[in-house]
Design a protein around this ligand. Structure first.
Ligand code: SF4
Length: 212
């Protein structure tokens, strides 16, 4: 089957399995989502959501983070892994945000990735989820699901992003991210994927090679 057709059919099925899929991180403003996404590196969204209500109540603007002692930010997020590095990242990122963009988040991937600690994945999540701007984020789940399905050939996230963008219309970029992340977390796990109960197994190259 042609890859575009496969991508279309896979998305159609996953949209029914995970209706209204969106990021599981809780946020009210673009800045909150940026901070939550930085915190979510190698940590579950659920865990991040346990610390952000108090953090967001204390730090309401980029300037608040930029002018705070790193130790104070650390206190709010100390139950999260790598919290010292993450506190430093958030402060540095917000400092640049204030200096270069007046404290307002830019709306392009190029500008957003100028912020320290913000890569294409984080920038794409914020653009798509907070601003509703078409963007496709490739995290470990998106990469694994796309590779196992045989939709992409590359191993590099930036190349995978381009390959996937070429297969689905712009309006579905955000859905690819959210649906592949959910599918990767719940079904297509890195170790022991639940292939027998997978709703898209008929399209999966990995499943075929495993004799499914
Ligand atoms: S069949 Fe298995 S490997 Fe393929 S997408 Fe489904 S869970 Fe993942």
């Amino acid at each position: 089957m042609e890859k575009k057709e496969k991508a279309k059919r896979v998305l159609g099925i996953l949209k029914k399995v995970f209706p209204g899929a969106r990021t599981e991180l809780k946020f009210k403003t673009p800045l909150e989502l940026l901070v939550a996404t930085i915190l979510s590196a190698q940590c579950t969204d659920k865990k991040v959501n346990t610390v952000t209500p108090e953090l967001f109540a204390r730090f309401k603007s980029a300037r608040d983070y930029a002018t705070a002692d790193t130790a104070e930010i650390e206190r709010y997020i100390s139950s999260i892994n790598f919290y010292k590095n993450k506190a430093r990242s958030i402060k540095q990122c917000c400092k640049r945000l204030v200096e270069k963009f007046g404290g307002t988040l830019p709306r392009t991937i190029e500008e957003m990735t100028e912020l320290p600690g913000v890569g294409r994945k984080t920038a794409s999540i914020v653009l798509a989820e907070a601003f509703n701007i078409p963007a496709l984020a490739v995290d470990t789940h998106v990469k694994r699901v796309a590779q196992r399905l045989g939709l992409v050939t590359s191993d590099r996230p930036d190349h995978i992003e381009e390959e996937l963008k070429g297969l689905v219309p712009e309006k579905d970029w955000r859905s690819v991210t959210n649906l592949f992340i959910l599918h990767g977390r719940r079904v297509c796990r890195a170790k022991s994927p639940l292939c027998e109960e997978c709703s898209i197994k008929e399209f999966c190259e990995y499943h075929k090679t495993k004799g499914g």
